[in-house]
Ligand binder design. Structure first.
Ligand code: S3P
Length: 233
């Protein structure tokens, strides 16, 4: 068992409370409370040494993946590809909002305002994170940056992944497809560059709280999907 797999198990499950590899715990933790099996373990080392327990563990490993990043960072398209590769259900938060509110995102912004949008965005986010089933969730670009959404995401036993891209790449992609994005729809190309530069600077401190960051510039979407797959599966 390599250290990264050990850490993967420890940090992506309820076993955060267990000590890191190599350390000794004074309290015994009972698997039964976590995974309906009757083994008692003292450290993560005890656990990973036993292949049988490990197999039970891996079967029960929750795989809630949350993709976050700026507008046009590829959250939805990478989410779709990762979903077809893994068989995990994809939930796109913007699509979920559109379905529940029976309005497009642009219409919600123009008719009800951004404050209303941020309020329902937080409510639907919490609703999705409470689901028992595993999923891949692609967020809206602003989702982790409002309320205590980033804490809620990271406390939800989910693996949050920041899809990191440069201002240049993001602005170029946004210029090509700005119409359905109310925050940039009315800006010209130069204004979009400037807007993205400032906005990304403000938001980066939230994005960087994701458990994993992946640089996407210069990579094909399939390469990013492979990178995530190799890290988590
Ligand atoms: C927003 C991003 C959009 C959408 C809304 C607000 C933002 O999602 O949620 O227009 O604040 O960055 P995408 O990142 O999928 O474009």
């Amino acid at each position: 068992m390599c250290i990264s797999a050990h850490e993967k198990i420890r940090t992506s499950t309820n076993l955060r409370s267990l000590p890191p590899q190599g350390s000794v715990s004074t309290n015994s933790t009972t698997c039964a409370s976590l995974f309906d099996c009757k083994y008692s373990i003292n450290t993560v080392d005890d656990l990973v040494k036993n292949d049988f327990i490990l197999s039970i563990f891996e079967k029960n490993l929750k795989m809630k993946i949350v993709l976050l990043g700026y507008m046009a960072s590829g959250k939805s398209s990478i989410g779709r590809k990762l979903s077809s590769k893994t068989g995990l259900t994809l939930i796109d938060l913007d699509d979920y909002i559109v379905e529940r509110e029976k309005m497009t995102i642009s219409n919600i912004f123009s008719e009800k305002g951004e404050i209303y949008f941020r309020k329902i965005e937080g409510i639907y986010l919490a609703e999705i994170l409470n689901k028992k089933e595993d999923f891949i969730l692609s967020l809206g670009g602003g989702t982790p940056c409002y309320g205590n959404n980033i804490q809620i995401i990271n406390d939800a036993n989910a693996t949050s992944i920041y899809l990191q891209a440069s201002v240049k790449k993001l602005a170029e992609r946004l210029i090509a497809k700005k119409q359905k994005r109310p925050l940039v729809a009315s800006l010209n190309d130069d204004q979009i560059f400037e807007f993205v530069g400032k906005h990304l600077f403000e938001r980066t401190r939230f994005y960087e709280q994701a458990k994993i960051s992946i640089k996407t510039d210069g990579k094909k979407k399939n390469e990013v999907v492979e990178e995530i797959y190799n890290l988590l599966f």
